[in-house]
Design a protein around this ligand. Structure first.
Ligand code: URA
Length: 205
């Protein structure tokens, strides 16, 4: 009889149920990364923090938010009187996406298909940690958590809102607060991140 071909794209997710990040071939980003970087922190944290993807230093260390963005995040968390050890911190995308720029590895924003592919891992983390509040840092994290490619920071920032029985607190990415050119806007971005963590702390109870 006739063999009805199955589209490769459809067959892939069925065949691939990677059990570790380093086995993951759901997208191509593993090829240029040192390792997959999973979440870190309290296994049943009330607050989960979602960033974009590991950066240069995270890719080497295998831990999220240990580089410059992580240092700014630490300052904001401390200023909001939140204990980092009580958080669960992860990223929307688990492998570092970059392109060479001289001797440096320049961060590239993940594509929507990479965010979608990696949602497999984020979903697993949400299911096991069961946070009451999710703080999204930047646009990529927001799109990933809401599973909405059209979600924008502009619309989501300000007031926390419920999504699938969880509070979402959307704020800037710490890298944004590092790279905005003028001092006042940098301060404003930093303060917005602090306020987001204060809101998260209140919502977590
Ligand atoms: N930026 C992110 O979004 N995540 C990290 O882990 C580090 C930098």
């Amino acid at each position: 009889g006739r063999v009805i071909p199955v589209a490769a794209e459809d067959a892939q997710p069925e065949r691939q149920q990677p059990s570790t990040l380093d086995e993951c071939r759901r997208c191509e980003l593993w090829k240029n990364a040192t390792q997959g970087v999973g979440g870190q922190g309290a296994r049943h944290a009330k607050i989960m923090v979602v960033g974009e993807q590991p950066g240069d230093q995270e890719d080497i260390a295998g831990l999220p938010f240990v580089g410059p963005a992580g240092q700014l995040l630490d300052r904001a968390i401390a200023q909001a009187s939140v204990d980092r050890a009580k958080l669960y911190i992860t990223n929307a995308v688990k492998h570092f996406k970059w392109e060479p720029r001289g001797k440096r590895r320049l961060h590239k924003t993940p594509a929507q298909r990479e965010i979608d592919a990696c949602h497999y891992w984020l979903e697993g983390e949400l299911a096991s940690v069961k946070p009451k509040v999710v703080v999204t840092l930047g646009g990529t994290a927001l799109k990933a958590v809401l599973e909405d490619p059209k979600a924008t920071l502009k619309d989501a920032m300000g007031e926390p809102f419920l999504h699938q029985d969880r509070w979402i607190v959307a704020t800037y990415h710490p890298s944004y607060a590092l790279r905005v050119p003028d001092h006042e806007s940098r301060e404003a971005a930093f303060n917005a991140i602090v306020v987001a963590f204060e809101r998260a702390r209140q919502l977590a109870g």
